[in-house]
Write a protein that binds this ligand. Structure first.
Ligand code: HEM
Length: 499
């Protein structure tokens, strides 16, 4: 008996020793002999992708990335085979047209059952689908939806008016999200989900947050994605099952709404109708499943992002009263000259240069997406920042880092100064803005987002005087791919504006 215990103990010790040797060998290779070993970065990041997963879990990955680039410069190794790049010149090289840098395995985590526009990794498949829907997202077509956005704005203003009259503190951040959610569902699901109407989110925000958080973390360690759908794994980790069920619920709702529209004679010009028109013309280019997927991805990619941008605009204006005043004057002057319709149109908003500058400056300082957008270096490798990167290396640029480049955005890059857009050459700054990504994978919904930002912000400022309920307090942000903000609580006072 004593001998067998000894033998067992011996084997265990030997096993442990082998493990330690293997790990040490691996660590030495990763740190000193890996093709990326000359690139600085956190020690753990050189060994495992779990470092990045933990960063995403912690909810402040953009803060860490900014600090790392401040310390190390343009190149930071953030995973064994991934480099974060902060050189603005690298944007065109990596994401530009015909760059051939494909999306990485991170995006596999975002796919549920079948691919959607966001998750495609095969560039040819992506291009085929993007061609099929591209026209619907052109501004000229998106403007057909302006009337539905106005309907949502009417209800939003009514609700804000009620809260102003009651003298209550308004969680404007929450309301802006309900607004963005209602707009996206109005356009892509044929009818708003009615959050503003009911004055509640029906649990949708928790649902989205749960899924996005799980998926964003898994995206950093994509080999766990296959577990995500396994019943045993879901039993062990009930949260995984919950996220999976939530994702299924979103797909089911999309399927129901698309089926409803296909069987109805609705006379609408919304986004869903544009896809249905295309389906009727050419069912093989625009299948029913694709219409459903456009709706699902719009909800995922279009509501949190737009809400974050709207919150940023209000927050920075309120924290910088002189900018608020300048914008309000711009709106009031146009109003006094009777240049504005009862609901400010997109065309009218384009006559407000300061508004456009506020829009860009808010998204420069607080991009809605808070992680780098990873791509594989294509066949043959590429030179970036004067260094050769072998094929298959993951490289990523994070808007939160690149938007602080002083060479491009001028002095005080961390300050909210819409005025910077009137100094120097705004075209150059525009070229390096990365809040919507860039190139062939740039945001499809960009025009829908811009339409909302440019219309609803001046409309609210026209109707209400807004003050922060606790002016000395800062908001809290949490980054699980989308950088959401909490604590935009305000007091509203109706202005004398009459439509
Ligand atoms: C202010 C609002 C928005 C911001 C800041 C934003 C940001 C982004 C970014 C950074 C990407 C690139 C992701 C990548 O390369 O991995 C992206 C892609 C995408 N966005 Fe948006 N987005 C916004 C609104 C919307 C809206 C309203 C929709 C749809 C209704 C939408 C749908 C999409 C889709 C489908 C993609 C994938 C495009 C492709 O790969 O071809 N987004 N967005």
């Amino acid at each position: 008996m004593a001998i067998s215990i000894f033998a067992f103990g011996g084997i265990t010790t030997l096993g442990l020793a082998l493990l330690v040797i293997a790990f040490t060998g691996y660590a030495i290779r990763q740190v000193f002999f890996h093709p990326l070993s000359d690139i600085p970065g956190p020690f753990l990041a050189k060994l495992t992708r779990w470092w990045q997963a933990y960063e995403v879990f912690s909810g402040a990955a953009e803060v860490t990335e900014r600090a790392l680039h401040e310390k190390y410069g343009y190149l930071v190794r953030v995973a064994p085979n991934q480099v974060s790049i902060s050189d603005p010149e690298a944007i065109k090289l990596i994401y530009g047209p015909n760059s051939r840098f494909a999306k990485t395995d991170m995006y596999a985590a975002w796919k549920h059952g079948y691919d959607n526009m966001f998750t495609y990794r095969d560039e040819k498949e992506h291009a085929k689908h993007r061609r099929a829907v591209g026209n619907a997202y052109a501004m000229s077509n998106v403007l057909d939806s302006e009337q539905y956005i106005d309907q949502c704005s009417n209800l939003f203003l009514q609700r804000l008016g009620e809260m102003a009259q009651a003298g209550q503190t308004v969680d404007l951040g929450h309301w802006l999200q309900m607004y963005a959610f209602d707009v996206v569902t109005e356009l892509f699901y044929g009818k708003a989900f009615g959050l503003m109407d009911a004055r509640q989110d029906f649990g949708w925000f928790d649902l989205l947050e749960g899924v996005v958080q799980a998926v964003a973390i898994m995206g950093m360690i994509p080999y766990v994605v296959s577990f995500y759908h396994m019943p045993l794994w879901q039993k062990i980790f009930p949260k995984v099952k919950e996220a999976n069920d939530k994702q299924m619920k979103m797909i089911t709702v999309a399927q129901e709404r698309v089926a409803e529209r296909l069987n109805s004679k609705a006379n609408r010009r919304d986004m869903m109708e544009k896809f249905i028109e295309r389906h009727r013309e050419s069912p093989q280019d625009m299948t029913v499943q694709w219409i459903e997927m456009e709706a699902v991805v719009a909800l995922f990619a279009g509501s949190d992002t737009t809400a974050a941008a709207l919150r940023s605009m209000f927050y920075y204006l309120l924290k910088n009263p002189s900018t608020y005043e300048t914008l309000q004057k711009e709106i009031d002057n146009l109003d006094a000259q009777r240049e504005l319709s009862p609901r400010i149109s997109f065309a009218e908003s384009n006559k407000m240069p300061y508004l456009l500058a506020v829009c860009k400056e808010a998204m420069r300082l607080h991009p809605s997406v808070g992680l780098g957008l990873p791509r594989y270096v294509p066949e043959g490798g590429r030179e970036i920042c004067g260094r050769f990167f072998p094929e298959g290396t993951r490289v990523a640029i994070n808007a939160w880092v690149v938007h602080l480049d002083e060479g491009i955005f001028g002095r005080d890059p961390k300050a909210f100064r819409p005025e910077r857009w009137f100094e120097g050459d705004p075209k150059i700054m525009d070229r390096y803005m990365f809040q919507f990504g860039s190139g062939s994978r740039t945001c499809t919904g960009k025009n829908i987002a811009i339409l909302q930002l440019q219309k609803v912000v001046p409309e609210i400022l026209r109707h209400f005087d807004i003050t922060l309920s606790e002016p000395a307090k800062s908001w809290k942000t949490i980054n699980h791919f989308f950088v959401k903000q909490e604590g935009l609580n305000v007091m509203l006072k109706a202005r004398t504006y009459k439509a």
